[in-house]
Write a protein that binds this ligand. Sequence first.
Ligand SMILES: [Cu+2]
Length: 252
Amino acid sequence: MRKHSSGFYIGIVVTLILGFGLVTLLALLFRTDVGEGASGVVKATITGPNTATLNLATYPDSQVCHADAGAQEVAWVTYCAGDNSAFEQIQLPPNSLITVNIKQYDSGTTLVNDYFAQVRGTTATLDGKPFSNISDVASISKNTPGHTFSADPGHTFTIQSAPNSTYPIFVSVPLIGVDSNAPANVNINGNMYPTPNIISFQFRTGPAGTVYLWHCYDPCGDTQYARNPPFGFSGPMWTLGYMAGTIAVTNY
Ligand SMILES: [Cu+2]
């Protein structure tokens, strides 16, 4: 058997060390994108085979999950994750029934387009009572002693496909606003808000690798940024992590 030089063996050792180093470096780089609780990501909690629950909240300002933003942004309406962290991307397991629960702390804002008054692509409940259109809310209010609701949504949670997607989806739920006279009786991290309306609905995800968009279609910022031309859908409405973002269907 031919004898190898010591340089040959040193070469093997160096290659192994560099190889493991490279693998470790790549693992660390990718961990920040897919890890539990990674910044800017909220994951649905897996509750069983092909089922998961996603908890979110909407607030009339950004004190809860964007408190470090600039003075203008802190006054903006925003979505937060259910644990009140900020998020830009939602991650969901593939081929699963997702139950979404949203705590809606904001009051109502008249819709610009009545298309979004209708629950679309799913069925929804308001504090456990089924509704299919914002016009159902008056009777729910009447039959819910001690709790009235706004006649308008505060926001919509609308899920749509990216253009040319192989797995199209469209789900839209108007998030009924809290009564504008409701007392601010809930303390969230030192900020007072009214008791939230809880809106729930379900939908099914496609295979891993599918990306959807989530968006609000009730121009819900203040009069300077959301309602007045040319700001119809600017300000919080188009800012990633406030009223818009992405949904990645992924294995985790
Ligand atoms: Cu909104």
